[in-house]
Design a protein around this ligand. Structure first.
Ligand code: SF4
Length: 411
């Protein structure tokens, strides 16, 4: 039996302070909980390992897993000590690792030094995702980031010096008041550093965040949708010229340096999320842990075992917040929606092999209408977003939602 590739996501919900735009599951001022939280994560990994063994022997899921990718996300995982990171990686080895796993850590430029990078590299981290966000100090201040543009630059150079040869940089555009020259300058500053990967996100004003409140109160101008689209097109043009491949709606990479971990999400394959609020897609179920770090620690300390039937009964008395069983319509829909985010789109033969159903008859009307509207390209091999479709992704994805869906895949 060939092992099934598994991606492990490890969530660290601790930050030094909360950024003005952020509605992620992250908390400032809770660092005292980190040791207990790491203990809870260690226990969760072992419980899942035991569960996988029992579940495979008692259900139709006869699966052996092999970890292809590990992703330390947050929050701010770079607040951890290198020894703690090494310890967590070792605990993950409860599941066998592939020969060359990708191990990514998200780093906040305001929390790191050269020594840190050298030590986490020795611990096995081989990819960094640096939350630079902007190279304009005014924008960084507006976003409530704890670092300056220069500190982001320094952090990148330190990581390089420590030997990292696979670095992503996150940047945000369409900020209130941001001009096109300001965005272009941020892009050019980033490119001067030659990152292997760039993730570019248009700012979303999230209800309840200070930034959304300032815009609502009229203190800041609402970002203009047309300008945001132009900023995206400018990035496409510049990054294309620089040789980056635009392999996903918001992601560009030097060919061969695409993020293997995120590709698992976009291809809708197995992943296990460990930690408060972390999401998983495994054993034919989708599930997520409780989002409060304190509650997560308490629930884990009271857990001794995950009985083989507990996913079927909705994760009762466990650390999970929700569990959803498999549903082929939902899986097909998620596979199309996530797969269309990729430049390569959906391959007809792979889809048919996975679901024993042909894509075109299953979604004929939706596909024909979207092709007609110029949002989708279709040929004998598959379907993919057109240039215009990339700008209007959610309009395309909505058409593939199953009836009565909440639209949770559209994020
Ligand atoms: S560092 Fe990241 S997770 Fe933490 S508050 Fe800022 S945006 Fe949110």
């Amino acid at each position: 039996m060939n092992p099934v590739a598994l991606s492990l996501y490890l969530h660290f919900p601790f930050c030094l302070s909360k950024c003005s735009y952020c509605n992620f599951n992250s908390y400032a001022g809770m660092e005292r909980l980190i040791p207990d939280y790491l203990g809870a994560m260690e226990k969760e990994i072992l419980l899942w390992k035991m569960f996988a063994r029992e579940y495979s022997s008692q259900s139709s899921f006869h699966e052996e897993f092999q970890v292809e990718t590990v992703y330390f996300g947050g929050g701010t995982p770079s607040l951890l000590q290198p020894e703690q990171i090494a310890y967590v990686i070792e605990r993950c080895r409860a599941f066998p690792f592939a020969v060359a796993p990708e191990i990514t850590l998200e780093a906040n430029p305001g929390t790191v030094q050269e020594k840190f990078f050298a030590r986490i590299r020795r611990a096995g981290v081989n990819r960094l995702s640096l939350g630079a966000q902007s190279f304009n100090d005014g924008c960084l201040k507006l976003l409530g980031r704890i670092h300056s543009a220069n500190e982001a630059r320094e952090a990148f150079l330190c990581a390089r010096k420590a030997g990292f040869d696979n670095i992503n940089m996150d940047l945000i555009y369409a900020l209130p008041g941001q001009t096109m020259p300001c965005w272009q300058n941020t892009l050019e500053e980033a490119l001067r550093l030659h990152p292997e990967h760039l993730s570019l996100y248009s700012l979303t004003l999230e209800e309840g965040t200070p930034l959304a409140g300032w815009v609502k109160a009229g203190l800041l101008p609402l970002p203009d949708g047309d300008l945001a689209a132009d900023m995206y097109l400018l990035a496409e043009e510049i990054l294309d010229r620089e040789g980056y491949s635009h392999y996903e709606i918001s992601n560009w990479a030097v060919p061969g340096k695409e993020c293997r971990h995120n590709l698992a999400y976009w291809k809708n394959t197995s992943y296990l999320g460990v930690g408060a609020g972390a999401h998983s897609f495994l054993f034919g179920h989708r599930f997520a842990g409780v989002s409060s770090p304190q509650e997560y620690v308490e629930k884990l300390s009271a857990l001794e075992r995950l009985p083989p039937s507990f996913l079927e009964v909705g994760g009762e008395k466990s650390h999970l917040d929700f569990v959803e069983g498999a549903d082929v319509e939902r899986e097909m829909s998620d596979t199309v929606i996530m797969g269309l985010r990729l430049q390569e789109g959906i391959d007809l033969a792979s889809f048919a092999g996975r679901f024993q159903r042909e894509l075109l008859p299953a979604y004929r009307q939706e596909i024909e209408e979207l092709v007609e509207l110029g949002l989708l390209d279709a040929d004998e091999k598959g379907i993919r977003l057109s240039g215009r479709g990339k700008l209007l992704g959610n309009e395309v994805f909505m058409r593939f939602l199953p009836p009565n869906s909440t639209g949770s895949a559209l994020s």
